[in-house]
Design a protein. Structure first.
Lengths: 293, 264
């Protein structure tokens, strides 16, 4: 057991190390020109080694070094009270709550649309073009409009942001669920027919259970883009809280370390959520005896 | 024979599957009568339409022409009245349900009460020697046990007509012999009508009182052989002259169907 876990961890560690190394190299290269221009302005001629060392500690680097980001994250998580406006945990919490709300709404909407598509041919034909069109519009273009419109009708707070998350996350769920609802084998369907089961019974006792593995796979995609949706929704509103707001504030003031910290926290958050949904899916698959093939 | 005892009546039935490379004449000009209490076997080479004929009876496939009645009704009416239990060529249990709840599935759909369901599940699992396996999942059982579970599932509906498509095809000889005996006992006890598809001559001869020999391309009935074996049988009957004689008649019928194939 232990050695299997270790074996599984090795590739992950190798890739992580490679990314960190590449990141350091990138930081050194990208930040070097700033060091050169500083030296030129001051009329000094530091050695290359010295300049490279300095690229690791700039106040506003083009690309902050990993340890700068790590220390900023530690500073703004462990060393700040959770209620503080400077705590990244506080901001991550804001983004998390709206993306979770949006994810749940998106999952529900996706399931409902999938059921309609599978069971109603007329609605299927009239709905499908709209569903696909909705995903071809760049979210950055319509997010501000959605937020402004919702604000105008008095919807504020979590809901407008959750709406953007829903807008992004319903699509993979709908697509996966349509596939799942259509996945029962013909002999399993024939069986229901020999029992002269109603279509509701066939749905409940056959199509729904067989669709669950498909649902969870698409929910993994949906939960990750829910986080993206919530962050995108925080950008145009001039939101004061949330990871998107941190990104925005960071870019106003050229605080690249702050931007990258928010980015790292956002991706860790999304990765955690994907892992949790994956666990849930594995649990359901095992309960349903599907993990044993 | 009066009409009441006539369970299946097929007249001039044909079925054509249109496919991308031409029509497949799966069944041609089938005439067949099956009476209440008959044990009828369909035997014939692969692709001669045994499964297709069974599926037409079950209303899982529609005839292209000709007529068919099940219990004096159309196959669809008979299906909606839950007139038959069907055992598929593969067990097709639902993998997310335990063995017991797989057997309970048709009963739930029929809207039976919990107690009734439990007692029927228990009774029928015992009938196929699976008492005590109710809580297992299909993947925890061997292929033969899964197939027995699927037979219990069909029996639990308590249908008067049992349609079985090579139910024992994938089992070893010993288990097959045992289940053949069990099935025969059940049939003798309940006066059910059984339509049974098989590839095995001994199995067909041992079980049936009527053997329908079929031949392929187009799928049709070569010969219907009435058995003169006593209704009370056990496995030892397979050593008797009467049994071997009947088996030879079936084999000759199969050969005749085959030579036709080679000439055409
Ligand atoms: N849905 C279908 N579409 C097209 N052709 C089909 C279809 N179902 C069956 N056939 C064809 O009809 C013929 C009869 O098939 P069927 O399955 O009834 O044979 P069978 O006697 O049950 O064979 P086996 O012993 O291999 O089970 C075959 O040629 C088969 O290819
Ligand atoms: Mg077949």
């Amino acid at each position: 057991m232990v050695s299997r876990h270790v074996n599984a961890a090795i590739p992950v560690i190798v890739v992580t190390l490679a990314i960190v190394v590449l990141w350091y190299v990138g930081a050194a290269l990208l930040n070097l020109s700033w060091e050169k221009s500083v030296a030129e302005r001051n009329g000094t001629a530091p050695s290359t080694i010295e300049m490279l060392r300095n690229t690791m500690h700039q106040e506003r680097p083009v690309l902050p070094a990993p340890h700068q980001v790590v220390s900023e994250i530690i500073d703004t998580t462990i060393h700040k009270k959770i209620t503080s406006k400077r705590s990244l945990i506080y901001h991550a919490g804001i983004t998390l709550s709206s993306s979770m709300l949006g994810f749940l709404m998106g999952t529900l909407l996706g399931i409902v649309l999938a059921v309609i598509i599978v069971y109603n041919d007329a609605l299927n034909k009239s709905l499908l073009p709209w569903i696909i069109a909705s995903q071809t519009i760049p979210i950055l273009a319509i997010a501000p409009m959605i937020i402004v419109v919702l604000n105008a009708v008095g919807i504020q707070g979590l809901l407008p942001k959750a709406f953007i998350s829903m807008y992004l996350s319903f699509f993979p769920v709908a697509v996966g669920m349509v596939k799942g609802l259509n996945s029962p084998s013909s002999s399993h369907l024939d069986l229901m027919r020999t029992y002269s089961a109603s279509s509701w019974q066939t749905f409940l006792k056959l199509r729904l259970p067989t669709s669950l593995p498909f649902l969870f796979t698409s929910m993994k995609v949906a939960v990750a883009i829910s986080v993206v949706g919530a962050i995108v929704a925080e950008l145009p509103t001039g939101a004061v809280a949330g990871l998107g707001a941190r990104l925005l504030a960071g870019s106003y003031y050229g605080q690249t370390v702050q931007i990258w910290s928010a980015l790292v926290v956002a991706s860790v958050l999304a990765a955690l959520l994907v892992v949790i949904v994956g666990w849930l899916g594995d649990f359901v698959n095992r309960r349903m005896g599907l993990a044993h093939g | 024979m009066n009409d009441a005892s006539r369970v299946i009546e097929v007249n001039g039935l044909s079925l054509i599957f249109p496919t991308s490379d031409g029509d497949v004449h799966a069944l041609q000009d089938i005439d067949l009568t099956i009476n209440q209490g008959d044990f009828v076997s369909f035997i014939g080479p692969s692709g001669c339409g045994k499964t297709t004929l069974l599926r037409v009876i079950a209303d899982l496939e529609q005839a292209t022409s000709g007529s068919i009645e099940v219990n004096g009704m159309t196959p669809e009416e008979a299906r909606l009245a839950r007139a038959y239990g069907y055992v598929f060529q593969a067990a097709s249990l639902y993998p997310w349900r335990t063995i017991a709840s797989n057997v309970a599935l048709p009963l739930e759909i029929m809207g039976l009460k919990g107690d009734e369901i439990r007692s029927r599940v228990e009774h029928n699992l015992a009938l196929v020697d699976l008492a005590g396996f109710g809580r297992k999942y299909p993947w925890q059982l061997s292929g033969g046990m899964q197939q027995r579970a699927s037979i219990a599932r069909a029996l639990a509906v308590e249908p008067d007509l049992l349609l079985m498509d090579e139910p024992f095809g994938a089992l070893d000889e010993i288990v097959r012999d045992h289940l053949n005996e069990q099935l025969l006992k059940l049939w003798a006890k309940t006066n059910k009508t059984v339509v049974f598809v098989t590839h095995s001559i001994p199995e067909a001869v041992f079980l049936s009182n009527k053997i329908v020999v079929m031949s392929p391309r187009p799928g049709r009935i070569q010969e219907v052989i009435e058995s003169d074996l006593p209704a009370e049988r056990d496995l030892s009957i397979r050593e008797t002259q009467a049994f071997l004689h009947l088996a030879n008649r079936v084999r000759d019928g199969l050969r005749a169907g085959h030579s036709y194939d080679e000439v055409s």
